[in-house]
Design a protein around this ligand. Structure first.
Ligand SMILES: Cc1cc2nc3c(=O)[nH]c(=O)nc-3n(C[C@H](O)[C@H](O)[C@H](O)COP(=O)(O)OP(=O)(O)OC[C@H]3O[C@@H](n4cnc5c(N)ncnc54)[C@H](O)[C@@H]3O)c2cc1C
Length: 376
């Protein structure tokens, strides 16, 4: 039995970020990951976008609070920049103009660089959009960024082990029980114990709670599909922004020389190794070809991942009110990468019994917004 200060279940971006913060606070952290590669599930399947206008109020605050770290991580965290310029155009037809106006009014307080573009301005920037797609113009977020997810995830894991933490891969958690002072965790790689267990098991977080005899938070994994395909011959797509439909029915963006496309599907799923569904791919292609002059002749890649939400679509982070030492870090939904830098600090602080980092509190976020107690 190996004893540590914290046992973390799950080596995705959430578990890695928490491990990084706690190890760097001088704690002995053990991170248990079922797969041989910690990014195998949702963390390795994202669209890698950083957008301060995406998600509800707490999510947007956590994204804004992540920007500084992602732009200027500590020395040695990574060799490559984590964020690179991309921009987003949220486009809509005339009957969506009021929705885009309202989003502009609400969000420009937090994101002053937002712009409201006319149809002519949108078409000048993205001539491949059909005029009827953009009769309501667009909300432009010029400071949205692409994220190097691999560099960020690896930076957290490397920073955790450099500070004395340990990662155990191929370690599937099969049993969790509490004795007087500790959680005892049984895995395929041996047994581990700690006074605090951090449940960062992604789509499996409610399953882990069930094994531990802790009430669930009502997590619902939802499948989302993505494909890539080659751009038109000779087209220079490098500087294209991401284009997102105002009703979130599709988005596309450049991705390593190809175009990444998603139909923004949210199909309820059990926790699993999610696979793309041919119907969702056909829907994605149809929506793209209706909205633009692009044509998809052959797919280069296709995949799906699970975005897991609780009822209010805000992340769950905090100690369970009824299970001493059981700490939730789940429900990252479609925002787990872009919020990860702030969530690393938030999870680290709350798991150590401290209050929220001041900059996060200054953005209007409270512990109650994140607490599992709100879901009971
Ligand atoms: C198509 C798509 C596009 C997305 N685009 C974006 C985007 O642009 N920007 C953004 O910020 N987010 C995006 N997301 C969401 C983001 O990817 C997730 O919010 C984030 O990766 C969730 O991280 P996680 O660590 O909670 O989960 P995961 O990465 O799934 O990690 C959980 C880990 O727990 C492990 N685990 C589970 N059960 C056990 C067990 N019994 N024992 C041991 N280990 C266990 C799993 O193996 C897994 O590795 C997207 C997601 C998808 C699917």
């Amino acid at each position: 039995m190996t004893r540590s200060d914290f046992v973390i279940i799950g080596g995705g971006i959430a578990g890695a970020g928490a491990g990084y913060a706690l190890a760097n606070a001088g704690k002995f952290v053990l991170l248990l990951e079922r797969e041989s590669q910690p990014g195998y599930h949702t963390t390795g399947r994202s669209a890698a976008l950083f957008s301060e206008t995406y998600g509800n109020r707490p999510i947007r605050a956590l994204t804004v609070a992540s920007r500084d770290f992602l732009i200027s991580p500590p020395a040695g965290f990574t060799d490559a920049p984590i964020l690179t310029p991309r921009g987003v155009l949220q486009v809509g037809s005339a009957d969506r103009a009021a929705k885009l106006d309202a989003a502009y009014d609400e969000m420009r307080k937090l994101v002053p660089s937002l712009q409201r573009l006319t149809p002519e301005q949108v078409l000048a920037q993205m001539p491949i959009l059909r005029p009827e797609t953009v009769t309501g113009g667009a909300l432009a977020e010029p400071e949205a960024m692409d994220i190097d997810v691999h560099a960020l995830h690896r930076g957290f894991l490397r920073g955790m082990t450099a500070a004395g933490g340990r990662i155990v891969t191929d370690a599937e958690v099969t049993g969790i029980a509490r004795n007087d002072a500790d959680w005892q965790v049984e895995t395929s790689q041996g047994n581990f114990s700690a006074p605090v267990l951090i449940n960062a098991a992604g789509a499996w977080a409610d399953v882990m709670a069930g094994i531990a005899g802790v009430a669930p938070v009502g997590l619902q994994p939802k499948r989302r599909t993505a494909v890539t395909f080659d751009p038109p011959n000779g087209a220079d797509i490098h500087g294209w922004p991401m284009v997102l439909d105002a009703d979130e029915t599709f988005y596309f963006k450049p991705d390593a020389g190809r175009i990444l496309l998603s139909p923004c599907d949210e199909t309820d799923s059990d926790p699993c190794d999610a696979q793309p569904d041919e119907m969702d791919i056909a829907i994605a292609v149809d929506r793209l070809e209706t909205a633009t002059t692009l044509q998809v002749r052959r797919l280069a890649a296709k995949w799906a991942g699970l975005r897991s939400f609780v009822a209010d679509r805000t992340i769950v982070c905090g100690f369970d009110p009824a299970a001493p030492g059981f700490f939730w870090l789940a429900g990252q939904g479609g925002y787990g990468i872009q919020t990860s830098a702030a969530m690393s600090r938030v999870a680290g602080a709350l798991a150590l019994g401290r209050s929220l980092p001041q900059d996060v509190a200054d953005l209007g976020l409270t512990e109650a917004d994140l607490s599992p107690a709100r879901l009971r």
